[in-house]
Design a protein around this ligand. Sequence first.
Ligand SMILES: [Fe+2]
Ligand SMILES: [Fe+2]
Length: 439
Amino acid sequence: MTHSLTADAQPRSVTGRMVAVKEMAQLQRMLFEIEREFVRTATTLVYRVGDVELKYLICQHVWESAGHARFLRERGRELSGFGKDECVRESYSAIFEEAVRAEDSLVALVGFYRVLKPALLAAYRHYLETTHHLADWPSRKLVEEFILDEERHADEVAQYLQGVGGDEWTQHLSIALSAIGGWLGERESIAAPSDFEWISRTVPYRHLDTCNRGDSPIASTAYGYDPEQFPIVRSWLEDPETDARVLRVMVYVWLMMELDAVDYLATVFYETPVAPFDMHYDLARHLWDESRHSAFGYRQLPKLGVDLTRLEHSLDLYNILVQMSPPERYAMMTMEFEAGSFGTKAQIMDKMRELNDFEADTLLAFDRNDEQQHVRYGHRWLPEIMRLFNVEGSVDAFVANTKVRFEECSKTYGGQTPHSLSAEERLTGNKILALVGIK
Ligand SMILES: [Fe+2]
Ligand SMILES: [Fe+2]
């Protein structure tokens, strides 16, 4: 009798003693789930919006959100009650699933940035108000940083939201969010009206068949052998006689075209909802790296006299890969395109040193370092993505089969994008020669 009383009473009193910690750990757990779900779903905006700079910005915000989630998980696990798993509660994923259902890309953007992100900022502020400044100082310092980030994100995106409208959509998402009383339940919850319809319950989400590039001219590919047609002339890349100034322009075009990697990698998050968070964290880093590599070209080319309105964006890789499964996409990216790029890039880097262009050397060195890291991510996460999709057999066999499948899919989905510009108008290998004063 006495024994059983003690056994009963003890857990209750332990729980009681830690209640203040548990409550805060629970809020951190909720914030972690919101940030990770933002990473999974806001990535669908990347290939839907057409503005290049906006794509870069979303990648940056996604990476920062992944960082918030990681810090929250690290700190949360120091506290009693954070929980060991990493899954997202249904009430949150329902709202994020709804947010991706906006038909118009900018309205979708507005939903994330006028409703879900401001509510997250409010949730962080609530955390600061609720917690004890001294007892929970380590969390407080993190949350103060995150608030500054969220405020900056709002400022950075503001110019893209101007004049978009989307009031009906923001109202729709606000209703969904109010039904749970805000992210942390910190507000009074208001039940959704009886005629409220969750679009996500009836309409499946599907990636776009082709990525949006807004006003930019497009084509199937930027690579070829004919200098009258393509800006990146494959034979010139390998030729030791190619002028270093030509290589510099071509390699910046190559880097800028990595925007295709940005768009197709962005599709993988949404389709892997139960991935370990560390996988999404590394993928978010990978995504942001590719957007930076693309920006290397985007920012440097105009300085070298290239008119970006004459440079066609290549869409083939997105168009082909989006038809393949996420493990296939990721396998092609890391095990084929990235692992296979080092030899050629090394030659180009050696040759370009002739130019004493410190900035170009630096950008290429960081690109190389990032790419080595991406191949490491591939070795780490490809087996995991294969598991998530019940792919059996060895990784090597899967990669080999995927290459064959890619060739097959290329026949159907590749080469379908006509040139926006005539050969006279667009940047080509021969125009690059003229640009650097060779012809
Ligand atoms: Fe890259
Ligand atoms: Fe890469």
